[in-house]
Ligand binder design. Structure first.
Ligand code: SF4
Length: 236
């Protein structure tokens, strides 16, 4: 194996070393993440958490947290019944800060309707095997792969690996993901490399986001200040 091939080849030991380096480099502030932030609220319901994750789609966690707080301040406990009863324009005004406003209004109303139609959906998800729980989540309106995986890993402690825009970019630059890999390829690859260890998957998920936000930015990554430069495929 020549040097360039070795730099882009990943196995379990190398991934564990990567995780170790990131753990030593960063302190995770959970309040900067939607799920971490709303977990500071006294026992948020599964519906509330799912609403918050949906608010974070295609926007920053900061804006999603603001939108969620607006909803919470207006409704108190956020329930499907209350969401359905809210006039569209009023709901839109509460979540506007997250953007894609009326699309999100439609999604939240559809989600609330579905949850009311299947009141045991969250207990089914909670008690199901991880991949079946994922299938159940994906059947809900507004829930795509990333939303389902964040809910499973960060809320239900089930093994999976959510990939956001930062993780997608960083894993490709590191050579952990190849150019042709799609979301599912990267998810399965990371789960295999970390042997479905929920704790490691969670830390890796959070730390790659922090690294992408602060150092391996979309434009002009700070490679000269990067602790991963010696193991990064992009520096070739
Ligand atoms: S060396 Fe550069 S491209 Fe590679 S992970 Fe670090 S910042 Fe990103």
């Amino acid at each position: 194996m020549d040097n360039s091939t070795a730099l882009c080849a990943w196995n379990r030991d190398r991934v564990l070393k990567l995780l170790d380096i990131l753990l030593n480099r960063y302190t995770i502030d959970l309040s900067e993440f939607v799920v971490g932030h709303i977990s500071t609220i006294e026992k948020p319901s599964y519906f509330e958490i799912l609403v918050a994750i949906i608010l974070s789609q295609n926007t920053s966690d900061r804006n999603a947290i603001k939108a969620f707080k607006n909803l919470k301040n207006s409704l108190g406990l956020i329930t499907p019944e209350k969401i359905i009863k809210l006039p569209d324009d009023y709901l839109a005004s509460l979540i506007k800060v997250a953007g894609l406003t009326y699309r999100r209004v439609r999604i939240l109303k559809a989600l609330a309707t579905k949850v009311l139609e299947t009141p045991d959906i969250f207990s089914k998800i909670e008690n199901a095997e991880p991949e079946h729980a994922r299938t159940l989540l994906l059947s809900l309106p507004g829930v795509g792969s990333k939303t389902a995986d964040v809910f499973l890993l960060m809320v239900l402690n089930k093994p999976t690996f959510p990939i956001d825009t930062h993780i997608d970019r960083v894993t490709r630059r590191l050579g952990l993901a190849s150019p042709e890999d799609d979301y599912e390829d990267i998810r399965v690859k990371m789960m295999n490399l970390l042997e479905n260890d929920v704790n490691k998957l969670r830390y890796m998920h959070l730390l790659l986001i922090v690294h992408g936000r602060n150092v391996c930015k979309a434009r002009n990554p700070s490679c000269s200040q990067c602790v991963l430069v010696d193991m990064c495929c992009r520096r070739l």
